[in-house]
Design a protein around this ligand. Sequence first.
Ligand SMILES: [Fe+2]
Ligand SMILES: [Fe+2]
Length: 290
Amino acid sequence: MATTTLPTPADLQIKPHDRRFGRKAQLSRLWHGGQVEATAIYNALSTTFPAGEAFFVESVRAFRDGAPPKLAEEIKAFTTQEAIHSREHDAFNKRAADAGYDLTKLEQQVEHRLSFTRSRTPIAHLAATMGLEHFTAIFAHQLLANPRHLAGADPETAELWRWHSYEEIEHKGVAYDTWLHATRHWSRWKRWKIKAKVMLLTSRNFVVDRTTGAIELMRQDGVTGARAWARLLWYLWVHPGMFRKIAGAWGRYFLPGFHPWNEDDRHLLRVYEANADSAPEPERKVRRAV
Ligand SMILES: [Fe+2]
Ligand SMILES: [Fe+2]
């Protein structure tokens, strides 16, 4: 039988923190520092989470039978974390709609992509999830490492993004380890080929869909045409340049021997715990969403 050595830290404990954000006050429309393009791209990203993270959970849980006990526990914690993220982003999206945005087109696009992915095999679902989880983890790393990304944002909404980022880093190896377990009898070449192909397709769709989604939301704020594209592309690729800053980490996914925990970035979690408005309470028990 093929064996796999997982670089996920042996002492890593994934603990869901059941928090709620923004239930008390109305969201101001341009919540991200009054900037149309910043608000638009974060709103576009948030639109993907309720349905997208439910899909991640389905994809990973389809392979939990026979998983080693530590991985099985991690899958449970991952499921709980993603269920709570979905709930909080669903609540956020409703507040963005109350602030005047029509998210229907963006939500339809997410459903369109998901229905295509669901028509493929369960292992392709897992490969897509693993790719998007890498995307999420490197985005989360950059968000926590560089305060410029959320500078000027509404404090509670910024905290929603930081809390989500914290948990994404914590569980960043779960989909990958599930994949390594599910494909343990495959050759390294076959694993790499499927993983790379799915990542390329998923990344293209992700970048195109989020960018066009943000352009649609900017249109709803009266910013259109070349002006909208220039402002958004500058924001994403130049300053603060989230997409440019995660490009190197994205590329490492294709290297032989890649694993999300090849980079141990738990120092960001410690910094978050020390500075958060309401730091996660590691011992707090939350209802299992499984
Ligand atoms: Fe999440
Ligand atoms: Fe995740």
